[in-house]
Design a protein around this ligand. Structure first.
Ligand SMILES: Nc1ncnc2c1ncn2[C@@H]1O[C@H](COP(=O)(O)OP(=O)(O)OP(=O)(O)O)[C@@H](O)[C@H]1O
Ligand SMILES: [Mg+2]
Length: 279
């Protein structure tokens, strides 16, 4: 559904996305994970025709993004990182406006908007102006708007940024429901748990480069499924082990306080880069 070959974006001297190679299948939830400035938004902006590709190529459902941007726009929905709702309009007016831009007839816009407001649990707020919405409500409306014209591919840039864990889980539920309806989802996040809980596969981006790509479990197994943390002279020392028995035996030989735990995607990033993704 989405494919890129050496996709590159340069801003002057800065290479924001560097020869990215991706292939995302039908019905997959694919996550781009990386710290601030890694190039996640720039990648989404190129794939959604909003930013010009400097070099390389990209296809969305077989359409060349540079050559057939209108064909691409018809099959995708986009929920951008910055909330760009019309805040003076109500929830239902925002959806209706988007439907009009996509040439949907009035009766279809009405039916689809009602259906989506139920889906994102905002039916009770349909006539409330968006400037009275909380952050979580705005994020959910943004997803509903992206779905208005029934796209097969959905791009979600940081769909849960700044939301509390309860609302975050609610949005994860929505994304999983979309997958079961056959929608392909490309999302970006810098939340480790989000990538782990939600994504079928994760690409880790750092300074524009894809440094790892696999299912979360595969990424963690590659590093070693068990982590042993011990207080070191310069902060925490972490070692990774493939087998639990090895981890236990190593921990047993340490005189300081030690913790044995399961490896997570933060550890994967740390072991690849020596840095933390952070929040
Ligand atoms: N229009 C622009 N002009 C110049 N530089 C830009 C522009 N847009 C992005 N950049 C730079 O490109 C790099 C990648 O930015 P991008 O927004 O894609 O990162 P990101 O991974 O989405 O980060 P975040 O987690 O903060 O959203 C950054 O160094 C950023 O400063
Ligand atoms: Mg971003």
């Amino acid at each position: 559904m989405i494919r890129t070959e050496d996709l590159t974006k340069r801003f002057g001297q800065l290479t924001a996305v560097d020869r990215l190679k991706l292939s995302i299948g039908h019905g997959e939830i694919f996550g781009l994970l990386g710290p601030n400035g890694a190039g996640k938004t720039t990648t989404i902006r190129m794939l959604t025709t909003l930013a010009k590709i400097t070099a390389g190529r990209a296809w969305v459902r077989g359409h060349d993004v540079a050559k057939a941007p209108l064909a691409v726009k018809r099959v995708i929905g986009v929920a951008p990182q910055g909330l760009n709702l019309e805040i003076e309009l109500t929830a239902v007016e925002n959806l209706d406006y988007h439907g009009r831009l996509h040439g949907m007839p009035r009766h279809e816009r009405r039916a689809r908007a009602s259906e989506l407001l139920v889906f994102v649990d905002l039916s009770g707020k349909k006539d409330v102006p968006v400037d009275q919405f909380s952050g979580g409500m705005k994020r959910r409306l943004l997803i509903a708007r992206a779905l208005m014209h029934r796209p097969q591919i959905l791009f979600l840039d940081e769909p849960t940024v700044g939301l509390d864990p309860q609302i975050r889980r609610k949005i994860w539920g929505l994304i999983q429901a979309l997958k079961s309806q056959g929608v392909t989802v490309l999302l970006t996040t810098h939340y480790i748990e989000e990538a782990e809980a939600l994504c079928d596969r994760v690409g880790i981006l750092r300074k524009g480069r894809l440094i790892a790509l696999d299912a979360p479990a595969g990424l963690m197994e590659n590093v070693g499924k068990y982590a042993v943390e011990a207080e070191g002279q310069n902060g925490m020392d972490i070692r990774f082990f493939k087998e639990r028995a090895e981890a236990v035996s190593y921990a047993g030989g340490i005189r300081r306080d030690v913790t044995i735990r399961k490896t997570n995607l933060e550890d994967v990033f740390l072991s690849l880069t020596g840095e933390k993704i952070g929040e």
